[in-house]
Ligand binder design. Structure first.
Ligand code: COA
Length: 251
């Protein structure tokens, strides 16, 4: 288990692989590094760092309701570890954080991979109200939006545990950060290559959001996964890992 101090908080990360390009995994709302599938954590020929955002998983610090705050923490982790040639892979809120960082063109950034995400992430008012007033009930409701029908129960339970561990304040802060996020007008400024991955059964970040990013980011490719929902890296880990491998090797 490894930690790095960023802005006075101990940020937890797990690093695997010794050579190759560096992939930094940024989880979504209420998630943690523990939720990534083995297929991504141990991508052959790639150094992979999976981190817990502040107030999530094993990280200290406080969650934030601003994507910009999370982006500063991720940059702090990358810079403290002295990483270069970094590809940021973000899921949902994590994708928003990766986009925010790409817009600031840090010298260590080589590319972004945006999985189940969007350049604007308005949230159903019922989700925000539910998180505020009935946390358990809102997690029940969310399970229906996050996964496609027939998803293995063990995957749904792992995701649920992660949100329960993060707790009500963190999950509400994350969704509020999403709701405030909007860089739709700025995607043309992104100067690194991007891979956008969407799913045909994603009710939270519809494929339309992914297509919009792929059309507006100057150097972007788009992949649409079928038969999966918002949690596509958990539902279709092999397919997502294959897309990421191909992108990292310039394919
Ligand atoms: N990329 C491309 N288009 C987008 C977009 C994105 N990231 N975000 C919004 N749009 C489009 C919408 O499709 C809509 O287009 P339309 O007028 O042709 O239908 C338009 O921009 C306005 O949408 P929005 O800004 O979202 O406001 P709204 O008041 O119409 O809808 C919600 C609000 C919450 C109902 C809607 O955003 C939604 O369905 N969100 C997805 C569910 C959710 O809660 N996701 C959580 C994200 S973490």
């Amino acid at each position: 288990m490894s930690f790095v101090q960023v802005n006075g908080a101990d940020i937890h990360y797990e690093m695997t692989g010794e050579t190759g390009p560096c992939l930094v995994l940024i989880h979504g709302s209420g998630g943690s590094a523990a939720l990534w599938p083995e297929e991504l954590l141990r991508l052959p020929g790639v150094r992979v760092a999976a981190l817990d955002l502040p107030g999530h998983g094993r990280s200290g610090g406080r969650p934030s309701d601003r994507v910009e705050d999370y982006a500063r923490v991720v940059a702090g982790v990358v810079e403290s570890l002295g990483l270069s040639g970094v590809y940021l892979l973000g899921h949902s809120l994590g994708g928003a954080i990766a986009l925010q960082l790409a817009l600031s063109s840090p010298p260590w950034l080589s590319g972004v991979i945006l999985v189940g995400s969007g350049a604007r992430l308005r949230v159903f008012p019922a989700i925000l109200e539910g998180l505020e007033n009935d946390f358990a009930g809102s997690l029940d409701m969310m399970d229906r939006f996050l996964f496609s029908p027939g998803t293995d129960e063990s995957i749904i339970r792992a995701s649920r545990r992660s949100a329960e561990t993060a707790g009500q304040k963190a999950v509400l802060a994350d969704f509020t950060a999403c709701d405030r996020f909007d860089v739709m007008e700025r995607l043309g400024e992104i100067s690194v290559p991007a891979l956008v991955v969407s799913a045909d059964n994603d009710a939270l970040t519809p494929a339309k959001y992914g297509k919009f990013m792929a059309d507006a980011i100057p150097d972007a490719r788009f992949a649409l996964l079928s038969g999966t929902g918002h949690m596509m890296a958990l539902e279709k880990p092999k397919e997502v890992a294959a897309l990421v491998s191909s992108f990292l090797s310039g394919g």
